[in-house]
Design a protein around this ligand. Sequence first.
Ligand code: CUA
Length: 180
Amino acid sequence: MSAILPPAERVWWNQPIDKLEFTWIAISLVWALTMFVMMIWWHLKGDQNLANETYRTTPDVYMSKAQAVVDKYTVRTDATDQQTPVVAPPAGSDIYLVARLWSWWPIYELEHGKTYKLHLSSMDYMHGFSLQPQNINIEVHPKYDHVIKITPNLAGTYSIVCNEYCGINHHTMAGRIYVK
Ligand code: CUA
């Protein structure tokens, strides 16, 4: 049976498979298995793959956890943005970043070489956490708490850019992380 021409008989599934078609099926199967093995390999060996955990939450519960960290560890308001607290929690802390139309809140100030548990969740719609210039991308969903262990290895100012379209002011949804 030809791989391109219509079948000669109506009951086509009893006809033998064409060599060309069989070859393509075999190639795609081998490729699919290769990709499957690569996913596991990159998870263990890749530099950029994040092993994150996800839990169910609600905007209220998540917000109260974020507020508690902000209340406890705020060190100042930001020089360029008087509205946003700069929060410096101790190493090893759980830190909560709140995504909503159209901001990332608060600004964290972290120490390089120290590990933190970064939580991400949205108060409304889906947003995208894109950390620049590291090029880390994570989708941020409402009602889900994404937890990522981070160890910043370079001091500097990092930008958080929203990379999921979330409405009229999507392009203004930017945040910051300071590492010292
Ligand atoms: Cu938030 Cu786009």
